[in-house]
Design a protein around this ligand. Sequence first.
Ligand code: DAH
Length: 431
Amino acid sequence: MFAASFNRFARRSVMQRPGVTRVKAAAKLDTARFTGFSRAASAGPRNIAPVQRHGKVFTDKPESILGSPTDEKYNVPTGVREKLGKDLLLKPSHPLGILWKSVQEYFVTVDPDYNFFDTNAPVVGTTQCFDDLRVPPEHPSRSPSDTYYVNKDMVLRTHTSAHQCQYMRQYPKIPSFLCAGDVYRRDEIDASHYPVFHQCEGVRLFPTSEKNTKEIEEDLKRTLEGLAAHLFGIEVGENTMRWNEDYFPFTEPSFELEIFYNGDWLEVLGCGVIHHEVLQTADLDPQKVHGWAFGLGLERLAMVLFGIPDIRLFWSEDPRFSEQFTADSFANKTVFQPFSKYPPVMKDISMWIPEDFVDNDLFEMIRDEGGDQVEKVDLVDEFVHPKTKKTSKLFRVTWRDMSRTLTNEEVNAKHETVLERVVKELAVELR
Ligand code: DAH
């Protein structure tokens, strides 16, 4: 499935930009998720207009999550809740831990006093996740169909940008920091999408007396080109890197960096000059300090760097995966050797959908029943009945376990449960 864009905030589809090939071989599995402000191609063009969407609760509700009480807005399924506290970034021999470490190594060369935060709990306030970053009240990224709510005021962070203001406010004397962590989004299901992934956020501040805005922008670009060169082992130059204008509500101007790698342009990160209102929210005086920020999705980079073909593998406890990596894998340029693929079992779901149907609700229900045995869900067909005006959708679910062959019987049993639930909970009519 092709991603229309990474960026949930952008005003125009980058697809329209000439010369950008979105997806190809390795990139196919990584493009969709970087900063994660992506909307899938199936969701149509990017939309920043108000939308009313669901976000159903498919699970038992615990009293609280990481100390925050739940309420009727709670919509975190059990499978996602079980990911809390796995701390993949803190494991030195895990591909994500290895990548996070190598990002830190680069930033120490930029400024030996760079600060690193990676133990923040992922439950944050909606103020922190959205308002502090100038995300408008009606923006679709706040919708419970896209975001996991613990209660009406608390969410599982959808991006590490949620900590920008927090740290700038808490440590006004710290001019440069990175923070990394697990982030959570309801989304489609394929090799590059998973409801939990990891991001790294970077901030660097300067006194206004030291650099003007143009110089901030130049410093930002130079620093991040250096990061890309360090991570991908390429030279900085026009043939290997290019900058595109972008849009994020928290930066002005905003950019994305693409690099030419394995024969294709690959979006690496989003960034920009921190908006003065964001600085003010963090109790800083934009007359005195300003700076830049960026956000980087770690899975998609790790997938490209280490040749990891499926995002589910990051969560695998199969030693055939984990034993291929050591703390030296970045230096050694380890490339994952896939173990044999077991055969898939395909199941179709064909249905008339109600008007308020949201694809993400279906995806989450399938994930809830199938867990990591669901490899992908494709929308194969969609049409509107000329007389009844009802919409029909046909989804194809690919079931495949990464460690063994699934039998048709066991998949059938789970598929039947999915069918029962979609009828009951999503009010669809099976065809
Ligand atoms: N938070 C953005 C996302 O998840 C990524 C991002 C873009 C972070 C620009 C930044 C930034 O700090 O300046 O898509």
